[in-house]
Design a protein around this ligand. Structure first.
Ligand SMILES: NC(=O)c1ccc[n+]([C@@H]2O[C@H](COP(=O)([O-])OP(=O)(O)OC[C@H]3O[C@@H](n4cnc5c(N)ncnc54)[C@H](O)[C@@H]3O)[C@@H](O)[C@H]2O)c1
Length: 491
Protein backbone atom coordinates (compact mmCIF):
# COMPACT_ATOMS: atom_id res chain seq x y z
CA UNK A 1 0.00 0.00 0.00
CA UNK A 2 1.37 3.32 -1.05
CA UNK A 3 2.50 5.52 1.86
CA UNK A 4 0.78 8.69 0.70
CA UNK A 5 -2.54 6.97 0.27
CA UNK A 6 -2.20 5.30 3.60
CA UNK A 7 -1.38 8.55 5.36
CA UNK A 8 -4.14 10.53 3.72
CA UNK A 9 -6.58 7.75 4.53
CA UNK A 10 -5.60 7.97 8.18
CA UNK A 11 -6.02 11.72 8.16
CA UNK A 12 -9.41 11.63 6.55
CA UNK A 13 -11.36 8.45 7.10
CA UNK A 14 -9.73 7.28 10.34
CA UNK A 15 -9.71 10.47 12.34
CA UNK A 16 -12.94 11.76 10.87
CA UNK A 17 -14.60 8.58 12.04
CA UNK A 18 -13.25 9.06 15.52
CA UNK A 19 -14.25 12.70 15.68
CA UNK A 20 -17.72 11.90 14.49
CA UNK A 21 -20.59 12.92 16.67
CA UNK A 22 -22.94 10.29 15.35
CA UNK A 23 -25.74 9.72 17.78
CA UNK A 24 -26.55 6.27 19.09
CA UNK A 25 -29.09 7.93 21.29
CA UNK A 26 -31.65 6.30 23.46
CA UNK A 27 -33.96 5.63 20.56
CA UNK A 28 -37.34 3.96 20.87
CA UNK A 29 -37.60 0.23 20.25
CA UNK A 30 -37.22 -0.74 16.60
CA UNK A 31 -40.34 -0.24 14.53
CA UNK A 32 -42.05 -3.47 13.55
CA UNK A 33 -41.00 -5.02 10.26
CA UNK A 34 -43.66 -6.46 7.99
CA UNK A 35 -44.12 -10.23 8.25
CA UNK A 36 -44.27 -12.61 5.26
CA UNK A 37 -47.34 -14.80 4.81
CA UNK A 38 -46.76 -18.50 5.53
CA UNK A 39 -46.85 -19.47 1.85
CA UNK A 40 -45.01 -16.37 0.61
CA UNK A 41 -41.48 -16.84 -0.69
CA UNK A 42 -38.76 -14.56 0.64
CA UNK A 43 -36.76 -13.46 -2.40
CA UNK A 44 -33.06 -13.05 -1.70
CA UNK A 45 -30.26 -11.30 -3.59
CA UNK A 46 -26.51 -11.64 -3.01
CA UNK A 47 -24.03 -8.78 -3.02
CA UNK A 48 -20.40 -9.91 -3.15
CA UNK A 49 -20.64 -13.70 -3.51
CA UNK A 50 -16.84 -14.20 -3.27
CA UNK A 51 -15.25 -16.36 -0.55
CA UNK A 52 -17.75 -16.12 2.29
CA UNK A 53 -20.55 -14.71 0.16
CA UNK A 54 -20.42 -17.79 -2.06
CA UNK A 55 -19.16 -20.51 0.31
CA UNK A 56 -21.55 -19.65 3.13
CA UNK A 57 -24.28 -17.28 1.87
CA UNK A 58 -25.13 -18.74 -1.54
CA UNK A 59 -24.44 -22.35 -0.65
CA UNK A 60 -26.32 -22.34 2.68
CA UNK A 61 -29.34 -20.52 1.30
CA UNK A 62 -29.41 -22.74 -1.81
CA UNK A 63 -29.53 -25.70 0.56
CA UNK A 64 -32.36 -24.13 2.55
CA UNK A 65 -34.20 -23.23 -0.68
CA UNK A 66 -34.10 -26.90 -1.64
CA UNK A 67 -35.19 -28.05 1.80
CA UNK A 68 -38.05 -25.66 2.48
CA UNK A 69 -39.23 -23.96 -0.71
CA UNK A 70 -39.84 -20.91 1.48
CA UNK A 71 -37.18 -18.80 -0.19
CA UNK A 72 -36.11 -17.98 -3.74
CA UNK A 73 -32.62 -16.82 -4.74
CA UNK A 74 -33.46 -14.20 -7.31
CA UNK A 75 -30.36 -12.07 -7.94
CA UNK A 76 -26.60 -11.92 -7.65
CA UNK A 77 -24.28 -8.93 -7.84
CA UNK A 78 -20.50 -8.94 -7.95
CA UNK A 79 -18.00 -6.56 -9.50
CA UNK A 80 -15.94 -9.64 -10.48
CA UNK A 81 -17.58 -11.44 -13.38
CA UNK A 82 -16.05 -14.81 -12.43
CA UNK A 83 -17.68 -14.70 -8.97
CA UNK A 84 -20.95 -13.35 -10.38
CA UNK A 85 -21.20 -16.23 -12.86
CA UNK A 86 -20.12 -18.83 -10.32
CA UNK A 87 -22.87 -17.78 -7.90
CA UNK A 88 -25.56 -17.64 -10.59
CA UNK A 89 -24.60 -21.05 -11.96
CA UNK A 90 -24.67 -22.63 -8.51
CA UNK A 91 -28.13 -21.22 -7.77
CA UNK A 92 -29.48 -22.46 -11.09
CA UNK A 93 -27.94 -25.90 -10.64
CA UNK A 94 -29.13 -26.32 -7.05
CA UNK A 95 -32.55 -24.65 -7.14
CA UNK A 96 -33.51 -24.54 -10.81
CA UNK A 97 -34.06 -20.79 -10.61
CA UNK A 98 -32.09 -18.49 -12.94
CA UNK A 99 -31.13 -15.42 -10.92
CA UNK A 100 -30.65 -11.97 -12.44
CA UNK A 101 -27.01 -10.88 -12.62
CA UNK A 102 -25.84 -7.37 -11.73
CA UNK A 103 -22.48 -5.64 -11.63
CA UNK A 104 -23.70 -2.62 -9.67
CA UNK A 105 -25.40 -3.29 -6.32
CA UNK A 106 -27.69 -0.27 -6.68
CA UNK A 107 -29.30 -2.03 -9.67
CA UNK A 108 -29.90 -5.10 -7.54
CA UNK A 109 -31.43 -2.90 -4.82
CA UNK A 110 -33.79 -1.43 -7.44
CA UNK A 111 -34.99 -4.93 -8.39
CA UNK A 112 -38.56 -5.36 -7.07
CA UNK A 113 -38.04 -9.14 -7.04
CA UNK A 114 -35.59 -8.84 -4.15
CA UNK A 115 -36.94 -8.69 -0.57
CA UNK A 116 -33.68 -9.22 1.27
CA UNK A 117 -29.95 -9.10 0.56
CA UNK A 118 -26.91 -10.97 1.82
CA UNK A 119 -23.80 -8.79 1.83
CA UNK A 120 -20.41 -10.53 1.59
CA UNK A 121 -18.26 -7.71 0.21
CA UNK A 122 -15.01 -6.57 1.89
CA UNK A 123 -15.50 -4.58 5.10
CA UNK A 124 -15.20 -1.08 3.62
CA UNK A 125 -18.45 -1.59 1.68
CA UNK A 126 -20.60 -3.06 4.47
CA UNK A 127 -22.12 0.11 5.91
CA UNK A 128 -22.92 1.81 2.61
CA UNK A 129 -24.53 -1.25 1.08
CA UNK A 130 -26.40 -2.12 4.29
CA UNK A 131 -27.83 1.37 4.72
CA UNK A 132 -28.72 1.69 1.04
CA UNK A 133 -30.41 -1.72 1.17
CA UNK A 134 -32.54 -0.96 4.23
CA UNK A 135 -33.49 2.42 2.75
CA UNK A 136 -34.50 0.59 -0.44
CA UNK A 137 -36.85 -1.55 1.67
CA UNK A 138 -34.72 -4.71 1.83
CA UNK A 139 -33.92 -6.83 4.88
CA UNK A 140 -30.21 -7.43 5.37
CA UNK A 141 -27.77 -10.15 6.34
CA UNK A 142 -24.35 -8.49 6.45
CA UNK A 143 -21.05 -10.16 7.15
CA UNK A 144 -18.95 -9.24 10.13
CA UNK A 145 -17.43 -6.83 10.91
CA UNK A 146 -20.71 -4.94 10.59
CA UNK A 147 -18.86 -1.80 9.51
CA UNK A 148 -15.39 -0.42 8.91
CA UNK A 149 -15.70 2.60 11.25
CA UNK A 150 -17.54 3.53 14.44
CA UNK A 151 -19.37 6.38 12.73
CA UNK A 152 -20.72 3.87 10.20
CA UNK A 153 -21.81 1.49 12.97
CA UNK A 154 -23.88 4.25 14.59
CA UNK A 155 -25.42 5.09 11.22
CA UNK A 156 -26.38 1.44 10.58
CA UNK A 157 -28.10 1.22 13.97
CA UNK A 158 -30.00 4.45 13.26
CA UNK A 159 -31.14 3.23 9.84
CA UNK A 160 -32.18 -0.13 11.29
CA UNK A 161 -34.31 1.64 13.87
CA UNK A 162 -35.76 4.11 11.39
CA UNK A 163 -36.62 1.61 8.67
CA UNK A 164 -37.77 -1.29 10.86
CA UNK A 165 -35.97 -3.76 8.58
CA UNK A 166 -34.74 -7.11 9.88
CA UNK A 167 -30.95 -7.20 10.03
CA UNK A 168 -28.60 -9.98 11.00
CA UNK A 169 -24.85 -9.41 11.38
CA UNK A 170 -22.80 -12.42 10.30
CA UNK A 171 -21.17 -13.54 13.55
CA UNK A 172 -22.62 -17.02 13.29
CA UNK A 173 -21.45 -18.10 16.75
CA UNK A 174 -24.12 -15.84 18.27
CA UNK A 175 -26.62 -18.49 17.15
CA UNK A 176 -24.98 -21.08 19.43
CA UNK A 177 -27.18 -21.62 22.51
CA UNK A 178 -24.21 -21.37 24.90
CA UNK A 179 -24.29 -17.57 25.06
CA UNK A 180 -27.94 -17.19 26.10
CA UNK A 181 -27.44 -19.99 28.64
CA UNK A 182 -24.38 -18.33 30.14
CA UNK A 183 -26.03 -14.90 30.26
CA UNK A 184 -29.05 -16.36 32.15
CA UNK A 185 -26.71 -17.93 34.69
CA UNK A 186 -24.73 -14.70 35.11
CA UNK A 187 -27.86 -12.59 35.53
CA UNK A 188 -29.20 -15.02 38.13
CA UNK A 189 -26.03 -14.46 40.16
CA UNK A 190 -24.23 -17.82 39.65
CA UNK A 191 -20.75 -16.32 39.28
CA UNK A 192 -21.42 -13.33 41.54
CA UNK A 193 -20.36 -9.87 40.47
CA UNK A 194 -19.22 -10.08 36.82
CA UNK A 195 -15.62 -8.94 36.55
CA UNK A 196 -14.87 -9.48 32.89
CA UNK A 197 -13.94 -11.82 30.07
CA UNK A 198 -10.88 -12.87 28.15
CA UNK A 199 -10.85 -14.30 24.67
CA UNK A 200 -8.54 -15.01 21.75
CA UNK A 201 -8.19 -15.98 18.10
CA UNK A 202 -4.74 -17.47 17.63
CA UNK A 203 -3.50 -18.64 14.22
CA UNK A 204 -0.26 -19.55 12.45
CA UNK A 205 0.79 -19.98 8.83
CA UNK A 206 3.90 -20.55 6.77
CA UNK A 207 3.32 -17.56 4.49
CA UNK A 208 1.79 -14.78 6.60
CA UNK A 209 -1.86 -14.44 7.62
CA UNK A 210 -4.33 -14.04 4.74
CA UNK A 211 -1.65 -14.51 2.07
CA UNK A 212 -3.18 -17.95 1.47
CA UNK A 213 -5.95 -16.20 -0.50
CA UNK A 214 -4.66 -16.92 -3.99
CA UNK A 215 -4.11 -14.40 -6.76
CA UNK A 216 -5.28 -15.77 -10.12
CA UNK A 217 -4.70 -14.83 -13.75
CA UNK A 218 -8.46 -14.41 -14.22
CA UNK A 219 -8.31 -11.41 -11.89
CA UNK A 220 -7.81 -8.50 -14.31
CA UNK A 221 -9.23 -5.00 -14.75
CA UNK A 222 -11.38 -6.55 -17.51
CA UNK A 223 -13.06 -9.08 -15.22
CA UNK A 224 -13.10 -6.85 -12.13
CA UNK A 225 -14.66 -3.39 -12.04
CA UNK A 226 -11.87 -1.90 -9.93
CA UNK A 227 -13.56 1.48 -9.37
CA UNK A 228 -16.61 -0.25 -7.99
CA UNK A 229 -14.45 -2.53 -5.84
CA UNK A 230 -12.50 0.40 -4.37
CA UNK A 231 -15.46 2.75 -3.93
CA UNK A 232 -13.38 5.93 -4.42
CA UNK A 233 -16.36 7.87 -5.74
CA UNK A 234 -18.34 6.84 -2.66
CA UNK A 235 -15.51 8.02 -0.39
CA UNK A 236 -14.78 4.51 0.86
CA UNK A 237 -11.13 4.13 -0.18
CA UNK A 238 -8.24 6.10 -1.65
CA UNK A 239 -7.64 5.72 -5.38
CA UNK A 240 -4.93 3.23 -6.30
CA UNK A 241 -3.95 1.15 -9.32
CA UNK A 242 -5.46 -2.29 -9.86
CA UNK A 243 -3.49 -4.86 -7.88
CA UNK A 244 -4.37 -8.54 -7.47
CA UNK A 245 -2.71 -8.61 -4.06
CA UNK A 246 -5.07 -5.94 -2.76
CA UNK A 247 -8.09 -7.51 -4.45
CA UNK A 248 -7.52 -10.97 -2.98
CA UNK A 249 -5.77 -10.12 0.29
CA UNK A 250 -7.45 -6.83 1.26
CA UNK A 251 -7.52 -7.83 4.95
CA UNK A 252 -3.81 -6.95 5.20
CA UNK A 253 -4.35 -3.25 4.41
CA UNK A 254 -5.95 -0.55 6.58
CA UNK A 255 -8.22 1.07 3.98
CA UNK A 256 -10.24 -2.16 3.67
CA UNK A 257 -10.02 -3.93 7.02
CA UNK A 258 -8.18 -3.79 10.32
CA UNK A 259 -6.47 -7.18 10.31
CA UNK A 260 -7.09 -9.41 13.28
CA UNK A 261 -8.85 -6.65 15.26
CA UNK A 262 -11.86 -6.59 12.97
CA UNK A 263 -11.52 -9.83 11.03
CA UNK A 264 -11.08 -12.18 13.98
CA UNK A 265 -11.50 -10.40 17.33
CA UNK A 266 -14.95 -9.26 16.28
CA UNK A 267 -16.17 -12.89 16.27
CA UNK A 268 -15.15 -13.63 19.83
CA UNK A 269 -15.90 -10.16 21.16
CA UNK A 270 -19.49 -10.31 19.88
CA UNK A 271 -20.00 -13.69 21.56
CA UNK A 272 -18.55 -12.47 24.82
CA UNK A 273 -20.76 -9.37 24.79
CA UNK A 274 -23.76 -11.59 24.15
CA UNK A 275 -22.76 -14.01 26.92
CA UNK A 276 -21.98 -11.41 29.56
CA UNK A 277 -24.75 -8.94 28.71
CA UNK A 278 -22.18 -6.16 28.36
CA UNK A 279 -22.48 -3.82 25.37
CA UNK A 280 -20.57 -0.58 24.66
CA UNK A 281 -17.21 -0.20 26.40
CA UNK A 282 -16.33 3.04 28.16
CA UNK A 283 -12.54 2.97 27.72
CA UNK A 284 -10.44 1.05 25.21
CA UNK A 285 -6.69 0.58 24.73
CA UNK A 286 -5.07 -1.40 21.93
CA UNK A 287 -1.53 -2.63 21.42
CA UNK A 288 0.44 -4.81 19.05
CA UNK A 289 2.79 -4.69 16.11
CA UNK A 290 4.13 -6.51 13.06
CA UNK A 291 6.69 -8.69 14.81
CA UNK A 292 7.26 -11.33 12.12
CA UNK A 293 5.03 -10.92 9.07
CA UNK A 294 7.23 -8.43 7.20
CA UNK A 295 5.43 -9.08 3.94
CA UNK A 296 4.32 -5.56 3.05
CA UNK A 297 1.22 -5.61 5.22
CA UNK A 298 -0.18 -2.72 7.26
CA UNK A 299 -1.85 -4.68 10.05
CA UNK A 300 -0.22 -6.25 13.14
CA UNK A 301 0.48 -9.94 13.63
CA UNK A 302 0.38 -9.59 17.42
CA UNK A 303 -2.48 -7.62 18.94
CA UNK A 304 -4.30 -7.05 22.19
CA UNK A 305 -7.34 -4.99 23.09
CA UNK A 306 -8.30 -4.09 26.64
CA UNK A 307 -11.83 -2.75 27.01
CA UNK A 308 -13.16 -1.42 30.31
CA UNK A 309 -16.91 -1.27 30.85
CA UNK A 310 -18.91 1.08 33.09
CA UNK A 311 -20.50 -1.99 34.72
CA UNK A 312 -17.11 -2.57 36.35
CA UNK A 313 -15.85 -5.31 34.03
CA UNK A 314 -12.90 -5.70 31.71
CA UNK A 315 -12.60 -7.45 28.36
CA UNK A 316 -9.23 -8.76 27.21
CA UNK A 317 -8.89 -9.88 23.59
CA UNK A 318 -5.45 -11.07 22.62
CA UNK A 319 -3.79 -13.18 19.92
CA UNK A 320 -0.95 -13.63 17.51
CA UNK A 321 -1.09 -14.80 13.92
CA UNK A 322 2.34 -16.48 14.28
CA UNK A 323 1.79 -19.18 16.95
CA UNK A 324 -1.37 -21.10 17.69
CA UNK A 325 -0.50 -23.88 20.15
CA UNK A 326 -0.77 -21.73 23.24
CA UNK A 327 -3.93 -19.63 23.05
CA UNK A 328 -5.19 -18.05 26.26
CA UNK A 329 -8.30 -19.69 27.66
CA UNK A 330 -11.66 -18.16 26.91
CA UNK A 331 -13.08 -17.21 30.28
CA UNK A 332 -15.86 -15.17 31.88
CA UNK A 333 -14.92 -14.28 35.46
CA UNK A 334 -17.01 -13.42 38.48
CA UNK A 335 -16.33 -12.93 42.18
CA UNK A 336 -17.87 -16.31 43.14
CA UNK A 337 -16.77 -18.33 40.12
CA UNK A 338 -15.95 -18.38 36.45
CA UNK A 339 -16.97 -20.04 33.22
CA UNK A 340 -14.14 -21.59 31.29
CA UNK A 341 -14.79 -22.31 27.61
CA UNK A 342 -12.60 -24.27 25.25
CA UNK A 343 -10.81 -22.56 22.40
CA UNK A 344 -12.69 -22.11 19.13
CA UNK A 345 -16.47 -21.86 19.41
CA UNK A 346 -18.25 -25.21 19.16
CA UNK A 347 -18.24 -26.21 22.82
CA UNK A 348 -19.78 -29.51 23.89
CA UNK A 349 -19.53 -28.49 27.51
CA UNK A 350 -18.17 -25.59 29.52
CA UNK A 351 -16.70 -25.62 33.01
CA UNK A 352 -17.99 -23.68 35.96
CA UNK A 353 -15.13 -23.17 38.41
CA UNK A 354 -16.26 -22.11 41.87
CA UNK A 355 -14.13 -19.86 44.04
CA UNK A 356 -13.18 -21.17 47.52
CA UNK A 357 -16.04 -21.43 50.07
CA UNK A 358 -13.96 -19.16 52.34
CA UNK A 359 -14.70 -16.47 49.75
CA UNK A 360 -18.16 -17.41 48.53
CA UNK A 361 -19.51 -18.43 51.97
CA UNK A 362 -21.44 -21.05 50.03
CA UNK A 363 -20.16 -24.62 50.33
CA UNK A 364 -22.83 -25.79 47.86
CA UNK A 365 -21.23 -23.77 45.09
CA UNK A 366 -18.91 -26.35 43.48
CA UNK A 367 -17.18 -26.97 40.17
CA UNK A 368 -19.52 -28.23 37.51
CA UNK A 369 -19.30 -29.36 33.88
CA UNK A 370 -22.25 -27.80 32.06
CA UNK A 371 -23.45 -29.50 28.88
CA UNK A 372 -24.07 -27.31 25.83
CA UNK A 373 -26.73 -28.16 23.23
CA UNK A 374 -25.09 -29.17 19.96
CA UNK A 375 -26.85 -27.45 17.05
CA UNK A 376 -24.33 -28.50 14.39
CA UNK A 377 -23.53 -25.96 11.68
CA UNK A 378 -23.75 -22.50 13.27
CA UNK A 379 -23.83 -20.72 9.88
CA UNK A 380 -26.91 -22.74 8.88
CA UNK A 381 -28.54 -21.94 12.24
CA UNK A 382 -27.68 -18.26 11.85
CA UNK A 383 -29.35 -18.03 8.44
CA UNK A 384 -32.40 -19.95 9.72
CA UNK A 385 -32.62 -17.45 12.58
CA UNK A 386 -32.56 -14.53 10.10
CA UNK A 387 -35.22 -16.19 7.91
CA UNK A 388 -37.47 -16.76 10.93
CA UNK A 389 -37.10 -13.13 12.02
CA UNK A 390 -38.02 -11.94 8.51
CA UNK A 391 -40.96 -14.32 8.20
CA UNK A 392 -42.38 -13.18 11.53
CA UNK A 393 -41.46 -9.54 10.88
CA UNK A 394 -39.59 -9.30 14.18
CA UNK A 395 -36.24 -7.52 14.19
CA UNK A 396 -35.61 -8.52 17.78
CA UNK A 397 -35.49 -12.25 16.96
CA UNK A 398 -32.09 -11.95 15.26
CA UNK A 399 -29.27 -13.42 17.30
CA UNK A 400 -26.82 -10.77 16.11
CA UNK A 401 -28.81 -7.56 15.65
CA UNK A 402 -27.03 -4.31 14.66
CA UNK A 403 -26.98 -2.89 18.19
CA UNK A 404 -24.92 -5.88 19.33
CA UNK A 405 -22.89 -5.63 16.10
CA UNK A 406 -22.15 -1.96 16.79
CA UNK A 407 -21.00 -2.61 20.36
CA UNK A 408 -18.48 -5.16 19.07
CA UNK A 409 -17.31 -2.70 16.41
CA UNK A 410 -16.65 -0.07 19.06
CA UNK A 411 -14.49 -2.48 21.09
CA UNK A 412 -12.36 -3.80 18.23
CA UNK A 413 -12.16 -0.61 16.17
CA UNK A 414 -11.16 1.52 19.14
CA UNK A 415 -8.56 -1.20 19.80
CA UNK A 416 -7.07 -0.81 16.33
CA UNK A 417 -7.31 3.00 16.43
CA UNK A 418 -5.60 3.03 19.82
CA UNK A 419 -2.76 0.95 18.36
CA UNK A 420 -2.48 3.21 15.32
CA UNK A 421 -2.77 6.55 17.10
CA UNK A 422 -0.98 5.63 20.33
CA UNK A 423 -3.90 6.84 22.45
CA UNK A 424 -6.50 5.43 24.82
CA UNK A 425 -10.11 6.28 23.98
CA UNK A 426 -13.39 6.84 25.77
CA UNK A 427 -16.71 6.00 24.16
CA UNK A 428 -19.97 7.68 25.16
CA UNK A 429 -22.82 5.25 24.53
CA UNK A 430 -25.46 7.98 24.84
CA UNK A 431 -24.04 10.17 22.09
CA UNK A 432 -21.95 7.67 20.11
CA UNK A 433 -18.95 9.99 20.54
CA UNK A 434 -15.33 8.98 20.87
CA UNK A 435 -12.88 11.11 22.86
CA UNK A 436 -9.34 10.74 24.14
CA UNK A 437 -9.21 9.05 27.51
CA UNK A 438 -7.78 10.74 30.59
CA UNK A 439 -7.31 10.09 34.30
CA UNK A 440 -10.99 10.64 35.08
CA UNK A 441 -11.60 6.93 34.54
CA UNK A 442 -9.34 5.88 37.43
CA UNK A 443 -10.44 8.83 39.56
CA UNK A 444 -14.09 7.76 39.20
CA UNK A 445 -13.45 4.24 40.48
CA UNK A 446 -11.30 5.48 43.37
CA UNK A 447 -14.09 7.86 44.35
CA UNK A 448 -16.61 4.99 44.35
CA UNK A 449 -14.27 2.88 46.43
CA UNK A 450 -13.81 5.63 49.02
CA UNK A 451 -17.59 6.17 49.11
CA UNK A 452 -18.07 2.39 49.61
CA UNK A 453 -20.42 2.45 46.60
CA UNK A 454 -22.45 -0.52 45.40
CA UNK A 455 -21.18 -2.43 42.36
CA UNK A 456 -22.74 -1.84 38.95
CA UNK A 457 -24.33 -4.88 37.39
CA UNK A 458 -25.04 -5.85 33.80
CA UNK A 459 -28.45 -5.21 32.28
CA UNK A 460 -30.99 -7.83 33.35
CA UNK A 461 -29.21 -8.60 36.66
CA UNK A 462 -31.44 -10.64 38.98
CA UNK A 463 -28.78 -11.89 41.37
CA UNK A 464 -29.31 -9.31 44.12
CA UNK A 465 -26.14 -8.75 46.13
CA UNK A 466 -24.82 -12.26 45.43
CA UNK A 467 -21.07 -12.13 45.15
CA UNK A 468 -21.10 -8.33 45.24
CA UNK A 469 -20.70 -7.54 48.89
CA UNK A 470 -17.39 -7.57 50.74
CA UNK A 471 -17.26 -8.53 54.39
CA UNK A 472 -16.00 -5.92 56.82
CA UNK A 473 -13.50 -7.67 59.10
CA UNK A 474 -13.85 -6.84 62.81
CA UNK A 475 -10.32 -5.41 62.95
CA UNK A 476 -11.21 -2.72 60.38
CA UNK A 477 -12.84 -0.96 63.31
CA UNK A 478 -9.27 -0.12 64.32
CA UNK A 479 -8.77 1.87 61.11
CA UNK A 480 -8.73 5.66 61.06
CA UNK A 481 -6.32 8.53 61.47
CA UNK A 482 -4.81 8.88 64.92
CA UNK A 483 -5.20 12.24 66.59
CA UNK A 484 -2.83 13.62 69.24
CA UNK A 485 -1.28 10.15 69.64
CA UNK A 486 -4.70 8.52 70.26
CA UNK A 487 -6.44 5.91 68.06
CA UNK A 488 -9.84 6.88 66.58
CA UNK A 489 -11.79 4.17 68.42
CA UNK A 490 -9.92 4.49 71.67
CA UNK A 491 -8.69 0.92 71.13
N1 LIG B 1 -18.53 -15.06 9.27
C1 LIG B 1 -17.40 -15.62 8.91
O1 LIG B 1 -16.97 -16.63 9.46
C2 LIG B 1 -16.62 -15.02 7.77
C3 LIG B 1 -15.64 -15.78 7.12
C4 LIG B 1 -14.96 -15.20 6.05
C5 LIG B 1 -15.23 -13.89 5.68
N2 LIG B 1 -16.16 -13.17 6.33
C6 LIG B 1 -16.45 -11.80 5.95
O2 LIG B 1 -16.99 -11.80 4.64
C7 LIG B 1 -16.59 -10.63 3.94
C8 LIG B 1 -15.95 -11.04 2.62
O3 LIG B 1 -14.79 -11.77 2.86
P1 LIG B 1 -14.23 -12.75 1.74
O4 LIG B 1 -13.06 -13.43 2.28
O5 LIG B 1 -15.35 -13.57 1.22
O6 LIG B 1 -13.77 -11.68 0.65
P2 LIG B 1 -13.68 -11.89 -0.93
O7 LIG B 1 -12.77 -10.84 -1.42
O8 LIG B 1 -13.37 -13.32 -1.23
O9 LIG B 1 -15.16 -11.65 -1.45
C9 LIG B 1 -15.70 -10.36 -1.58
C10 LIG B 1 -16.52 -10.32 -2.85
O10 LIG B 1 -17.16 -9.04 -2.94
C11 LIG B 1 -17.01 -8.57 -4.27
N3 LIG B 1 -17.16 -7.11 -4.24
C12 LIG B 1 -16.30 -6.17 -3.77
N4 LIG B 1 -16.83 -4.95 -3.85
C13 LIG B 1 -18.08 -5.11 -4.38
C14 LIG B 1 -19.13 -4.22 -4.68
N5 LIG B 1 -19.00 -2.91 -4.47
N6 LIG B 1 -20.27 -4.73 -5.18
C15 LIG B 1 -20.41 -6.05 -5.41
N7 LIG B 1 -19.44 -6.95 -5.13
C16 LIG B 1 -18.29 -6.48 -4.61
C17 LIG B 1 -15.64 -9.04 -4.67
O11 LIG B 1 -15.47 -9.02 -6.06
C18 LIG B 1 -15.65 -10.45 -4.10
O12 LIG B 1 -16.24 -11.38 -4.97
C19 LIG B 1 -15.63 -9.89 4.85
O13 LIG B 1 -16.27 -8.81 5.46
C20 LIG B 1 -15.22 -10.91 5.87
O14 LIG B 1 -14.91 -10.36 7.13
C21 LIG B 1 -16.86 -13.72 7.37
Amino acid sequence: MDQVNRRSFLQTTGTAALAASAVVGVVAAPSAAQAFAANERIRIGFIGPGGRGFGAHVKTLARIAKETKGIELTAVCDVYSVHRDMAAEHIEKETGFVPKKYEDYTDLLADPNVDAVCIGTPDHWHAKQTIDAMKAGKHVYCEKPMTHTIEEAMAVVRTWKETGKVMQVGVQSTSLPVWDMVRDKIQSGMIGKLLGFQTEYFRNSSMGQWRYYQLTKEMTPKTINWDKWLGVKEGLAPDMPFDREIYAQWRRFWPFGAGMYTDLFVHRTTSMLKGTGLRYPRRVVGAGGIFLEYDGRDVPDVATVVADFSEGAQGLITATMCADRTPVKQVIRGHNGSFEFGNGENFKEIQFLAERPQVTRNSKLVDEAIKVDDIGDSTYAHFQNWLKAMREGKQELCNNPPDLGAAAIVVVTLGSESYRQGKAFFFDSETGKVSEADASWAAGWEKMSKARAKPHHVAGWKGGDTGSVLEEPEYMKLAGAWKDGNPPMGG
